[in-house]
Design a protein around this ligand. Structure first.
Ligand code: HEM
Length: 422
C-alpha cells in the first residue's frame, strides 16, 4: 500500500483525488480574492507599489548585508537551523533565492501571480516543518533592516520617508499574512487527515478482522497446493496462477494490517532499537524488486540506537521502501542514512527514481490522497501519524537540482518531551 506514483503524478482516479496546483482558496470577503482583501485591509495600492519601486535602487546595495544578518540569526538558533539540512551548499542557494525574493518584494508587480508565487514559497517552509514562530521573527528581521535603510537614505525627505516606510510595512504584513495562511492551510489539511483516519479506523477494525480469516485460509491452501505440485511434476501455468494468488493475498493482507494499525492508533511503546536491525526487518517486509539495492549508511559504520516503538517505526520504513521500490521499477538504489544530533535521530530515505512531481508535493501526507490507480492513500498519512506520535517530523526534502529522486527525512527525538518537538 503506497500513496504516490512518482513517475506519473498527473494520473488520478477520481474527482476526490484530483491533483491540482494548490492555490489558497480562503475567501475572507465574498467576491474578492484573499490577496485583494488583505491588500485592501492594510491600504496597499498602486501608489504603494510605486513607492517601493522608487525605494528599490536605494535598498538593493544593502541586500547582501540584510541576507548575511538573516542567515546569521538562523544559524545562531538551533530550532531554526535544524531546518537547514543541506549544509553550506543549501545556505548558499538560499541566499540567492532570498536576493530574488527581496527584488520581487520591492519591484512587484504585486498582483495575483505575485501572491501565488509567495504562497508557493510559504508552502516550501511548511513542507520542511519550519516552526511558524521562526517565520514570524525572520520576517521581522527583514522589516527592521529595510526600515533602517529607508531612514538612512530618505532622512532629508520626511514625507517620502513616511510614505515609503508605510508601504514597506504594508508589503511585509502582506508577506507575513500569506506565509501564515499556508501554515493554516496545512493545519486544515492535517485536521481533515485526522478526521478521515478516525472514520476509516472505525470501519477498518470490523472489516479487517472479517477478511483476515478467509485470507489466511486462501494462503494455507495455496501453500498446500504448491506442495502437491512439487511432488507431481509442476504445470507452469498452474504455478504462475498460484504465484498470482499468493501475491494478491499478500497485498490484501498488507492493506488490512495497515487498516487495523490505523484503527488501533495506539501510543508508541518506546524501547531501545538498533537502527540496522530496524532497517533489516523493514527491508524483509518490503519485498523490493530484485534489481533494487538498499544500502544503510551510519557515521563511521557504527550502529545507532533509537528509542522508538520498533513495530511502528518499521512500518514507517516499510511504507517508504515500498514507495521507493515502486518509483524505481525494476532497478535502482535506495540509501538510508542514519545520524544523531543531540538527543535526536535522523533517518534519510533517498532513492534515485524520478522524484515526486511538484504539484503533488504539498499533499502527499494527506489521508486518502493518492495518484496511483491501486493506492489506498493511507501509507504516508500513517507514516506521518506514527512519527508525530513520537514527537518527531517526517518531511519530503526540497528537490535538489544536483540529484535525482525523492528524499524523505525522518527526525525522531529520544523522548517526546524533548524541547522544540511539540
Ligand atoms: C522572511 C522569511 C523567509 C523568507 C522570505 C524566505 C524565503 C525563501 C525562499 C524564496 C525559498 C525558496 C523557495 C523555492 O522556491 O523553492 C526558501 C526556501 C527555504 N527556506 Fe526560507 N525564507 C524565510 C524564512 C526562513 C527561515 C526562518 C528558515 C529557517 C531555517 C528558512 C529555511 C528555508 C529552507 C530550508 C528552504 C528550502 C530550500 C531548498 O530548496 O533547499 N527560511 N525560503
Amino acid at each position: 500500500m503506497t500513496d504516490i506514483n512518482r513517475a506519473d503524478g498527473q494520473r488520478v482516479e477520481s474527482e476526490r483525488r484530483r491533483v491540482d496546483t494548490p492555490v489558497i482558496r480562503t475567501k475572507l470577503v465574498p467576491g474578492q480574492t484573499f490577496f485583494e482583501t488583505i491588500k485592501e485591509y492594510v491600504g496597499f495600492d498602486d501608489n504603494s507599489t510605486a513607492l517601493l519601486r522608487r525605494f528599490h535602487p536605494m535598498a538593493m546595495g544593502e541586500f547582501p548585508r540584510i541576507i548575511e544578518d538573516f542567515y546569521a540569526a538562523i544559524q545562531r538558533h538551533p530550532g531554526a537551523s535544524a531546518s537547514i539540512t543541506g549544509g553550506t551548499a543549501q545556505i548558499d542557494r538560499l541566499k540567492q533565492t532570498l536576493v530574488n525574493w527581496l527584488h520581487g518584494l520591492l519591484l512587484g508587480p504585486h498582483d495575483e501571480a505575485y501572491f501565488e508565487k509567495r504562497a508557493r514559497i510559504g508552502r516550501v517552509h511548511v513542507g520542511i516543518a519550519l516552526p511558524q514562530s521562526y517565520m514570524l521573527t525572520a520576517m521581522n528581521r527583514i522589516r527592521v533592516q529595510l526600515a533602517d535603510v529607508a531612514r538612512d537614505r530618505l532622512f532629508d525627505d520626511a514625507a517620502t520617508l513616511v510614505a515609503t516606510t508605510r508601504a514597506m510595512h504594508q508589503i511585509m504584513d502582506l508577506e507575513l499574512a500569506i506565509m501564515l495562511e499556508t501554515y493554516r492551510e496545512d493545519l486544515l489539511a492535517k485536521n481533515r487527515t485526522t478526521e478521515r483516519l478516525a472514520t476509516i479506523g472505525q470501519f477498518a477494525a470490523g472489516i479487517g478482522h472479517e477478511l483476515r480469516n478467509p485470507l489466511g485460509v486462501i494462503e494455507s491452501s495455496v501453500y498446500l497446493l504448491r506442495q502437491h505440485l512439487t511432488r507431481d511434476s509442476p504445470e507452469p501455468r498452474v504455478v504462475r496462477h498460484l504465484d498470482k494468488i499468493a501475491a494478491e493475498v499478500q497485498r490484501s493482507s498488507k492493506t488490512i494490517t495497515e487498516l487495523l494499525e490505523l484503527a488501533r492508533n495506539r501510543s508508541p511503546h518506546r524501547q531501545p532499537v538498533g537502527v540496522r536491525a530496524l532497517i533489516e526487518a523493514a527491508t524483509g517486509d518490503s519485498h523490493l524488486p530484485e534489481g533494487v539495492k538498499l544500502t544503510t549508511v551510519t557515521p563511521s559504520d557504527a550502529d545507532i540506537t533509537l528509542n522508538v516503538d520498533r513495530d511502528q517505526l518499521a512500518r514507517v520504513l516499510v511504507n517508504l521502501f515500498i514507495n521507493a521500490g515502486q518509483a524505481l521499477g525494476s532497478s535502482g538504489q535506495i540509501v538510508v542514512e542514519a545520524s544523531r544530533n543531540d538527543e535526536t535521530t535522523m533517518l534519510r530515505v533517498r532513492d534515485d527514481g524520478p522524484g515526486v512531481p511538484v504539484q503533488v508535493r504539498p499533499r502527499i501526507f494527506e489521508a486518502l490522497f493518492t495518484t496511483k490507480s491501486r493506492g489506498t492513500g493511507l501509507g504516508l498519512a500513517l507514516c506521518r501519524r506514527i512519527v508525530e506520535a513520537h514527537g518527531g517530523t517526517i518531511v519530503l526534502e526540497p528537490e535538489d537540482p544536483k540529484r535525482r529522486g525523492a528524499c524523505f527525512l525522518i527526525t525522531v527525538p529520544d523522548d517526546d518531551e524533548f524541547p522544540g518537538t511539540s
